[in-house]
Design a protein around this ligand. Structure first.
Ligand SMILES: [Zn+2]
Length: 428
């Protein structure tokens, strides 16, 4: 994609030179190591578009490695022809071109790929792709073995900084889930007070390990409109399942008072630890989920109450751009994060970047986050698309004489690097 503004090339070149703060990724280990060319063409998110353009049965057929490539190819190809223009497909196209030297997925191309499928299990090779993408640092949500966080031995993938994975600490619903959460401390807890103390100790240990933020993606399974229940309501649920380890609180009616109470408690801890809180809002990975429960506007009461907690709202709240602009404009403790969004919907990002420039302080926008599990070749493609989107949006605004080229470069640098570097205290 190319912008039409006269200064597009100059701004795009500039964006290429700016290192990226990758605000969000899930790379638990170095990879991928592909073993099948069709699977190499539908890594991560693009599988969802392939599924949306075909069916569960057809995707199962494509992924059935007991069948030969020539049987699976026509099924994949039919879906590809129906979805080859999405943002996710752009990632596949760019990876094909850059890493395999192939212009289009054809059966012949797949046969050529088969003998030289990507293998980035070597950390040096993995890191070389991050270098090529000019990604300086990555915030990792990797659901770690917390014992290794506590004893300081957890390995991270290259350029990674840890985030504290929050949902499991407030979605507890039985004795076993409580004790599993605190086990890394070598304790058993018996009361809500002891549980809260243990969580605090765990979060402190994360910060001592080097964690730079909390991360919460509870919107996958519950609405974001957290209530503000009393401690007594929460404690009644906690005590009910703790006094009989065979009990389990029912989702969502019974778990909700405890879940909501703990979430508020953890936000106070985030405040006291001076760590920002990243929250999943908008579109969810996979297909078939309820989008209405993820709209960031559901967080309004939480944001208003916890004014000393800094919230980083993810995925540009896709597709609820207007609500996100409102929250960014009106709450000093809200930042807008475009992680993943640059490939979910490139045009949404270009439009929202343009619009945000005119209504949200530009110092509150984080422009990039990879959001893949491994698949570092996709990080390179994704970073390219994000730079395209930002360069197109800002060069358009220069063309409109809304700002000058030098100012546009400053904004681009803020969105790609400086804002996130400061917000997360990365000290780069
Ligand atoms: Zn994610």
């Amino acid at each position: 994609m190319r912008g039409k503004a006269k200064c597009y090339d100059a701004l795009r070149d500039y964006c290429e030179s700016v290192p990226l703060v990758d605000c969000h990724d899930h790379s638990t280990e170095c990879g991928p190591k592909y073993t099948d060319p069709i699977l190499a063409l539908m890594p991560g998110y693009f599988r969802s578009d392939i599924l949306s353009a075909s069916s569960d049965a057809e995707v199962a057929f494509m992924e059935d490695l007991t069948r030969p490539l020539e049987e699976r190819w026509p099924v994949f190809e039919r879906a590809w022809q129906r979805t080859k223009h999405t943002g996710y497909a752009q990632v596949t196209r760019r990876v094909l071109r850059e890493f395999y030297g192939e212009a289009e997925p054809t059966f012949e191309a797949l046969q050529r790929m088969a003998g030289r499928l990507l293998d980035y299990t070597d950390p040096r090779a993995f890191d070389a792709v991050l270098e090529k993408a000019n990604i300086a640092v990555r915030l990792l949500d990797v659901w770690p073995d917390v014992k290794k966080v506590v004893d300081g031995t957890l390995p991270l993938t290259p350029r990674g900084r840890l985030c504290i994975s929050l949902p499991t600490y407030h979605s507890i619903q039985d004795y076993a889930s409580v004790q599993a959460n605190v086990a890394p401390l070598g304790r058993l807890v018996t009361s809500l007070d002891e549980y809260l103390q243990a969580c605090w100790d765990l979060f402190v240990a994360h910060k001592e390990y080097g964690a730079v933020a909390f991360k919460d993606q509870s919107a996958y399974s519950r609405p974001l409109d957290y209530g503000n229940p009393t401690r007594a309501e929460a404690e009644a649920v906690f005590n009910h399942f703790m006094e009989d380890p065979r009990r389990s609180a029912a989702y969502p009616e019974e778990t909700r008072p405890l879940d909501d109470y703990l979430f508020h408690s953890f936000l106070r801890m985030a405040r006291d630890l001076s760590l920002p809180v990243q929250i999943h809002t908008g579109h969810m990975a996979g297909i078939r989920n309820d989008i209405a429960k993820t709209n960031a506007v559901g967080l309004t009461k939480v944001i208003e109450l916890h004014r000393e907690v800094r919230f980083d709202l993810f995925h540009a709240n896709w597709p609820y751009g207007g609500e996100l602009l409102y929250l960014g404009k009106n709450y000093p403790n809200v930042a807008l994060d475009f992680c993943w969004t640059n490939i979910i919907d490139p045009m949404y990002c270009q439009n929202l970047f343009r619009q945000a420039l005119t209504c949200v302080p530009h110092g509150k926008i984080h422009g990039y986050g990879t959001d893949y599990v491994g698949r570092v070749e996709c990080a390179w493609a994704h970073a390219q698309i994000a730079r395209d989107n930002i360069a197109i949006a800002l060069s358009d605004m220069v063309e409109l004489e809304y700002l000058g080229l030098d100012e546009a470069k400053e904004v681009a640098r803020d969105w790609l690097f400086d804002n996130a570097n400061a917000f997360f205290g990365l000290g780069l």
